[in-house]
Design a protein around this ligand. Structure first.
Ligand SMILES: CCCCCCCCC/C=C/C(=O)SCCNC(=O)CCNC(=O)[C@H](O)C(C)(C)COP(=O)(O)OP(=O)(O)OC[C@H]1O[C@@H](n2cnc3c(N)ncnc32)[C@H](O)[C@@H]1OP(=O)(O)O
Ligand SMILES: NC(=O)C1=CN([C@@H]2O[C@H](COP(=O)(O)OP(=O)(O)OC[C@H]3O[C@@H](n4cnc5c(N)ncnc54)[C@H](OP(=O)(O)O)[C@@H]3O)[C@@H](O)[C@H]2O)C=CC1
Length: 347
């Protein structure tokens, strides 16, 4: 038996509760349609987003978030979704023009009935004093910090052997030390006494990150940092998790690699089980979920949002070579030689 129900209005709220994702309904400027497929053995629910967030509008009303790198790419999508959920968002990065342009553009998403707001603050997360100022300014402005999204970061592509120590340090300082500084400062200044939720954006570095070894090392370290802080800060009511995106296309991400950008993104596609690139709007719901009350029992975890890429293929090609030592002699090597001889075509 298969039946299909199309629900509207309050029905969404019921579906949201049923799915335990903190409530999903049709409200505000967010327009969602849901289809439930029921069969004898299973019930599956498919949400089709027409626009905005799948989460309940107002879920983050009066909450305050800092999103580093919130003016571009993935950070911008996270900021947009948080704003639509009613959050006050402070976006922070190094380039004032980008910050101001994004704040102007994203403020258009805020409906007149919403309490949400967006503020752009310049901050280089590698600089301890600038991170301290960012947190102090946010507290002066809003009086609280409920969420921190450590999204600001990046790297350049280079074989490890060609990396200078300056280049290595630039990437480690940004992705690892910058993340640590933001976590520590937000915790000391607010979350220690009031709790909160943190999400760290890491990367698909599960099998190393050949071609970008510095960022692989930094992101693996952040994954471990996430676990340490989940334990150290649990008694303050702080939850901290990571999101590991696959290959996510945005204009700014591509431009970072200059003329190599199109090549890098194009060559990733065959290695992605979905056979297409991901998009920032496919990362932001995972971040919002981990910040939300729907994740109230989740801490120290990493959510891969990569269409299975981390289980599949690598873009790094190892050319044929004979650089390894011969295997130890013995009956198995002999058997292999016999097998290879038999496989050779007869002349
Ligand atoms: C292949 C696998 C596919 C793998 C498959 C494809 C996966 C793609 C996944 C994409 C993942 C993403 O994260 S996309 C997101 C991309 N966005 C970003 O990376 C944005 C932020 N990035 C940056 O700001 C920069 O890239 C970063 C290097 C981190 C910081 O730059 P800054 O200029 O601020 O750093 P500085 O302190 O001035 O130091 C710069 C030094 O870095 C080194 N350096 C910088 N760019 C360099 C370059 N292109 N080649 C060599 N070296 C470089 C030099 O030593 C520089 O020194 P000098 O020589 O003295 O100048
Ligand atoms: N796109 C992808 O495939 C993947 C991306 N990631 C990571 O996700 C995050 C977002 O990347 P994405 O949106 O794709 O690319 P973008 O290049 O658009 O975003 C990177 C952001 O980080 C900010 N940033 C970089 N360095 C600093 C710094 N020192 N201080 C403060 N802000 C900084 C940049 O702003 P500004 O330059 O103004 O400082 C920019 O807004 C990055 O950490 C990235 O490495 C992880 C896995 C895959």
């Amino acid at each position: 038996m298969t039946a299909r129900y199309v629900l509207t209005g309050e029905g969404f709220y019921f579906v949201g509760r049923f799915l335990s994702v903190g409530g999903v309904h049709h409200g505000g400027s967010v327009s969602v349609r849901a289809f439930i497929l029921v069969s004898a053995t299973s019930v599956s629910v498919l949400f089709i987003m027409a626009a905005g967030s799948v989460f309940r509008a107002g879920l983050f009303n009066h909450r305050v978030a800092i999103v580093t790198g919130g003016a571009t790419g993935i950070g911008k999508a996270i900021t947009a979704e948080l704003l639509q959920l009613g959050c006050h968002v402070v976006i922070a990065s190094r380039k004032s023009e980008r910050l101001e342009a994004a704040a102007d553009e994203l403020s258009q998403l805020i409906s007149s009935s919403s309490s949400a707001s967006i503020t752009a603050l310049r901050c280089n997360i590698r600089q301890e004093d600038e991170v301290r100022n960012l947190v102090a300014s946010t507290l002066r402005l809003h009086g609280r910090i409920d969420y921190l999204v450590n999204n600001g970061g990046g790297q350049f592509s280079s074989p490890a052997a060609n990396m200078s120590v300056k280049g290595w340090n630039a990437v480690i300082d940004t992705n690892l030390t910058g993340t640590f500084l933001c976590c520590r400062e937000v915790y000391s200044a607010w979350m220690k006494d009031h709790g909160g939720a943190i999400v760290n954006i890491i990367a698909d570095m599960w099998r190393g990150f050949p071609g970008m070894a510095h960022t692989g090392a930094a992101r693996a370290a952040v994954e471990n940092l996430t676990k340490s802080l989940a334990i150290e800060w649990a008694s303050s009511g702080v939850r901290i998790n990571s999101v590991a995106p696959g290959t996510i296309f945005s204009k700014t991400a591509m431009e970072n690699y200059k003329e190599l950008g199109p090549v890098i993104f194009q060559m990733a596609v065959p290695c992605i089980p979905a056979k297409r690139l991901g998009f920032p709007e496919e990362i932001s719901p995972a971040v919002c979920f981990l910040l939300s009350p729907a994740a109230s029992f989740i801490s120290g975890a990493t959510l891969k949002v990569d269409a299975g890429q981390s289980l599949y293929d690598s873009v790094w090609d190892i050319p044929d070579h004979t650089a390894w030592p011969e295997p130890p002699e013995g009956e198995n090597v002999g058997a292999l030689r016999d097998m290879v001889k038999k496989l050779k075509p007869k002349l």
